[in-house]
Design a protein around this ligand. Structure first.
Ligand SMILES: Nc1ncnc2c1ncn2[C@@H]1O[C@H](COP(=O)(O)OP(=O)(O)O)[C@@H](O)[C@H]1O
Ligand SMILES: [Mg+2]
Length: 376
């Protein structure tokens, strides 16, 4: 899929943006703090996901303005579709989102319609950084191909918070132990569902990432990705999250209940799981070099894009925000060669980007939130 038209006005510092992107390559060029990342962000939120910068709702609207309007048209295999994403003060929480003129209940209902994969400098820490980032990565990836997943993941977090609060109360003698049961039932069923979907996604991820990693390491290194569950010793033969699987989850919660009371939080569950990588059988966490971590982070993102393409028969848009300049030339070339049949948006400070001079595309210059010049 590719964006055919993008109009943005009042989203952060962006003003009167009205562009028809190239179906393949688009470069946003400009000095610091001019609005390049804001433009990438305005595209990103049209995929139904929250801002990758964790921008609060009120921060999305121009400080000096009242409304933020984004209009994004995209072409998929069948037809052109249009997303409108509007916000206004004072009720910034309410987002008016329309897909082809039909108002959606929430931005997350956009999931699965317009897809993109984003690479930011922070993503380069995906492999090296905290498990929380990898869990978020898998959760987002699964949501992109399974619309209903996100709401379960959100509910799980809510229930978990309530269970943790109750654990503290039990610890202080303010609540009785039996009160935990209602939360455990819900946590177990949602946790089992999340475990199974994340596990199945990891299998897909592994098959793509393995091939890509083999290529980036020039055949020298073998990558294996495994989903690490704090609840299930083995997820291999699990088919249905209900019944036995939920039961097993519940038993795990029961077993760790006393530990949980002491700790004041839930020590086992999908919120403690991880995505583990092994290179030539050695755990990445303990043995990978800085370079291997970087390669793996890039490959996880590329694999995410390939899975989206396979699931939807449609390539996602690729957003590369300030990321190329962080990579050495061989990794730059690798990434670019792997996305050359997709629509790509790249931000950079100068126009010396390592694209083949023959490749066609569009170059936009951004200054003070406006497109000041278009080239090609
Ligand atoms: N809500 C907002 N209203 C107006 N301007 C904003 C808002 N949020 C951020 N900005 C401005 O956006 C600019 C940063 O844009 P950004 O896209 O991050 O720049 P860059 O071109 O470096 O990627 C800063 O000048 C900042 O003041
Ligand atoms: Mg930026």
């Amino acid at each position: 899929m590719y964006i055919t038209k993008l109009c943005v006005n009042g989203f952060k510092n962006l003003k009167d943006i009205n562009i028809s992107p190239h179906p393949k390559l688009n470069i946003f060029c400009g000095k610091n703090a001019q609005g390049k990342t804001n433009l990438i962000e305005s595209i990103w939120i049209c995929s139904g996901v929250k801002s990758f910068r964790n921008t609060k709702d009120k921060g999305m609207i121009d400080i000096n303005g009242e409304v933020s309007n984004i209009e994004l048209s995209f072409q998929d295999d069948n037809r052109e579709q249009i997303i409108k994403y509007n916000m206004a003060r004072p009720n910034v929480k309410e987002k008016n989102v329309f897909l082809n003129g039909v108002k959606l209940k929430a931005p997350s209902n956009l999931f699965g319609n317009f897809n993109c994969v984003i690479f930011t400098p922070e993503d380069l820490d995906l492999s090296k950084g905290s498990p929380d980032n990898r869990r978020k990565f898998i959760d987002l990836s699964v949501s992109q191909i399974k619309n209903s997943y996100n709401s379960v993941a959100v509910k799980y977090e809510n229930i978990l918070e309530q269970r943790n609060a109750l654990l503290k109360n039990i610890n202080q003698g303010k609540s009785s132990k039996e009160d935990i049961e209602v939360w455990d039932m819900q946590l177990a069923s949602m946790g089992a569902y999340i475990s199974l979907l994340r596990y199945n996604y990891t299998k897909k991820l592994n098959s793509f990432a393995k091939r890509l990693y083999n290529e980036i390491s020039k055949g020298k290194e073998n990558l294996e990705l495994k989903y690490y569950s704090t609840v299930f010793p083995d997820l291999e033969d699990k088919k249905d999250y209900r019944g036995e699987m939920t039961e097993e989850y519940l038993n795990c919660l029961k077993k760790s209940f006393n530990d949980d009371i002491r700790a004041g939080f839930t020590t086992k569950g999908v919120h403690r799981d991880d995505l583990n990588g092994y290179i030539n059988d050695l755990p990445v966490r303990d043995f990978a070099s800085q370079g291997q971590h970087r390669s793996l982070a890039l490959i996880l993102k590329l694999a995410q894009a390939y899975i989206l393409k396979e699931e939807n028969n449609e390539a996602p848009c690729i957003l590369l925000d300030d990321v190329l300049s962080e990579l050495d030339v061989s990794r730059q070339k690798f990434v670019i060669s792997k996305i050359d049949n997709m629509q790509v948006f790249i931000t950079c400070c100068d126009k010396n980007i390592p694209f083949d001079k023959k490749s066609s595309g569009k170059l936009f210059f951004i200054e003070g939130g406006k497109i000041v010049k278009k080239n090609r």
